[in-house]
Design a protein around this ligand. Sequence first.
Ligand code: NDP
Length: 510
Amino acid sequence: MTAMATETDRRMVPAVDRAPSSWGLGDGQAIPWEYAPAPESADIVTIKERYGLFIDGREVAASDGGVFATVNPATEGILAHVAKATAADADKAVKAARRAQTRRWGNLSGKERAKYLFRIARILQERSREFAVLESMDSGKPIKESRDVDVPLAAAHFWYYAGWADKLDYAFPGRVARPLGVAAQIIPWNFPLLMLSWKIAPALAAGNTVVLKPASTTPLSALLFADVCRQADLPPGVVNIVTGPGEIGMSLVTHPGIDKVAFTGSTEIGKRIARGVAGTDKALTLELGGKAANIVFDDAPLDQAVEGIVNGIYFNQGEVCCAGSRLLAQESIVEPLIAKLKDRLATIRVGDPLDKNTDVGAINSKSQLEKITELVASGVAEGAELYQPACELPDRGYFFRPTLFTNVAQSHRIAREEIFGPVLSVLTFRTPDEAVEKANNTVYGLSAGIWTDKGSRILEMVGKMRAGVVWANTFNRFDPTSPFGGYKESGFGREGGLHGLLAYVRLEDR
Ligand code: NDP
């Protein structure tokens, strides 16, 4: 509080004994306050008790009537029961997609296809609150993230690829771009609607039809998207959505009626899928795991870097393939950097995903929470030093405290394995060469971050790093015009931008 404060102002400042010294507050200054709950209403979305598969423009039950439950990870309560597709259903979906591709969608002009994509983009924007609430309830991600990142970016992908649909001749000058045919698309649970848009928008723009399999823990936004397809009057069979276990994904991958497979998920399943298409002429793109280095040099603006580090690893509970899960800090600044980071961690709010003030929501599933817990225990057992802020966690639901490990060695599991949780491992370096060596010392190669004042250093580092995306003085920035994808065990192929379109066309000479 300043000297100009009134008596009323003074009464509004909560009484506490003493602010922690790390807050840097002198006597008489205002102290941080607790945020009052600010829950987003769930009334905007109607969640049905049961959902069917979306095949040939219609909602149908699984051929054997099977269903499975999808759970709200923040409450552990069942949200809905969803059809559990069989191999026969997958077959029906592929055949519907083939009919739609050969008889209708593949013959439409680019201008006509664009109209549908524009319509979908507009409907996504109109129904954005509904999508954001549903996504947060089904996945556990904070509403401010689904509202401000996932849903707007999903719509942006449809806008962007709608723009290309009638300009393929300009996208690939001198060549004729033909659709591949029918695409099988398998998506994960960390960005359900966004991954759907990364896959469906370029496929449709280029004249393909699709069969999409969402992850079993997060099927609801894809099923709401089926409703958008109906609302947009998309011809039946252009988009088909089959929900069910991993084997259904494999039924699609190995189906002879599939021309292209696009997968985002774990490296382990990615390898199985690569084996599944081996020996066929199916096109394949794989976007797999990561263990990104976020490198902070001693000339970096530390406060900005701290925000970038926090955004890099605690955004979406760290359940991000390109998360900056390894912090590489130059030795001379490691102490002030960690001190600032610990102060910042104390302000992160963990809790109800539907609360607009929540920074870190619920972990997506019980099994993912168990995986994170096990890897964090391994970090402690291997000798790294654990720090967690003393935040309270809700009594129910799958929550995990933001976690920071110092004294981490490159051999530790927490420095090598993808944790996919809010867990940061801090390593140090002395020279730029050592930073490059440590950053590249991973089986993955999806992303990286560099924090420095020098543009020349950024350019030099970028050239030496084996990562598909390198962010400079920022982290976790996405744009539909920008390609995204990895090297090594992070997969191959690119999504986004022209590269993302290229993955769905066959180029022929004129
Ligand atoms: P998976 O790779 O198993 O799941 C991703 C998608 O693949 C889901 O739709 C899943 O379906 C499907 N799938 C599972 N098995 C098969 C199969 N045999 N053939 C075809 N499709 C299949 O990831 P998990 O959910 O098991 O997560 C495990 C770990 O993977 C995480 O801890 C994380 O480290 C990593 N991961 C990485 C992601 C990334 O974006 N890079 C995304 C998700 C996870 P279903 O949900 O029905 O099993």
